[in-house]
Design a protein around this ligand. Structure first.
Ligand code: PHE
Length: 357
């Protein structure tokens, strides 16, 4: 049997195993069909014994293919066993006289989380599914990473775009999460797919929409052939997952020294659905995230050859997103310690509660 035939045979066996497993309605029946597939004389076991007949250079592949199939079949059995067990427990429990005091209770999830934490978990979840890592960097940052390595030299007017808290030791409080871009390039080299949720600081006068302390989530992708189309696709997916519906997006040119071209990404206003309301200042669009293609100089600072690699970056305002999602209209609430602004577990996605508690 050559590898191709082997693969076909395995597909057949998996189908048969699935049918046999699903036909079993008790643990005893399930136990009885198992050797037919997984036993030494079972159909998979027999194929295992033929591995040594393959020419040496094919033996590895044949082995891997068989192992994968046998894992899949093992999983079929394990999953179905759980299903039978839980239905047996349920049947037992529904008997009027049944009360098993030894069963563990259902533990109610405890503790409310901050809206920023809630969206952060959600975003981490979305991006981890896309193969992104979650990175971090220091809040007390050097001038080099916060500005210079982002193509903002000393005396450059762009430094005034972000009012900075300078510290007496010559360091600063990072004004954005972007310094972690070059830090991550240095740490891992290409290819990179990461997000960086984190706290940032700016010397601002505090009012309903400005805070000195807020959260951003940086995103960075560097690889061969990364284009604006990739950027748009990822952003659309992100917004769809966060807002649980398809949102319309548009790009406008935007200036940031560390991206070229740079964009402001707008999404259709969720309050009025795009027809115009006070929240979107009657435009139907709200500015949601700045982004762009990583500037070649920034790649160079990170030790990456811009002729070989390209990338995109975005700077999501986590605090802003949390306010939109959870309907907080005054940013000062976010750092106030007011427990009424917290998000109860019942409003978190189920997967987040299981993962984080
Ligand atoms: N760091 C920028 C800011 O805080 C946002 C940004 C990030 C823009 C990444 C483009 C790319 O204003």
């Amino acid at each position: 049997m050559d590898i191709k035939q082997l693969k076909h045979a395995l597909i057949d066996i998996e189908t048969q195993a699935r049918q046999a497993v699903e036909a079993a309605s008790t643990l005893e029946q399930l136990r009885r069909v198992r050797p037919r597939f997984l036993g030494r004389k079972g159909s998979l076991g027999q194929l295992m014994a033929t591995i040594r007949d393959y020419p040496p250079e094919q033996r590895g592949l044949a082995g891997q293919t068989l192992n994968a199939a046998s894992q899949a079949v093992t999983r079929l059995f394990a999953d179905h066993q759980k299903r039978i067990e839980s239905s047996e427990v349920a049947a037992e429990a529904s008997r009027a006289d049944a009360f098993d005091a030894s069963l563990p209770g259902v533990r109610p999830p405890l503790g409310n989380v901050h809206p920023v934490t809630a969206v952060q978990w959600e975003i981490e979840h979305v991006f981890q599914r896309l193969g992104f890592t979650v990175e971090a960097g220091p809040e007390m940052e050097s001038e080099y990473y916060n500005f210079e390595a982002l193509n903002i030299p000393a005396m450059h007017p762009a430094r005034d775009l972000q009012d900075t808290f300078w510290l007496s030791n010559g360091m600063l409080l990072r004004t954005h999460t972007s310094p972690v871009q070059v830090r991550t390039m240095e740490k891992f080299g290409p290819p990179i797919r990461c997000i960086v949720p984190g706290r940032c600081f700016r010397y601002e006068t505090v009012d309903a929409s400005h805070e000195t302390t807020f959260h951003q989530c940086e995103g960075l992708v560097v690889d061969r052939n990364i284009s604006i189309a990739n950027l748009i696709a990822v952003m659309r997916l992100l917004l769809r997952e966060v807002f649980k519906r398809d949102v319309k997006i548009r790009l406008r040119p935007g200036y940031f020294p560390f991206v070229e071209p740079g964009f402001e990404l707008d999404m259709s206003c969720l309050i009025c659905g795009g027809s115009g309301c006070p929240t979107c200042k009657k435009s139907g669009w709200v500015e949601i995230l700045p982004c762009g293609m990583v500037h070649p100089n920034v790649l160079r600072y990170g030790g990456i050859d811009p002729h070989e690699y390209t990338g995109f970056a975005f700077g999501l305002g986590l605090t802003r997103l949390a306010m939109m999602k959870y309907g907080v209209s005054d940013i000062r609430v976010m750092n106030s310690g007011d427990v009424r602004a917290l998000v109860p577990p019942s409003r978190l996605a189920g997967s987040m509660i299981v993962e984080k508690q």
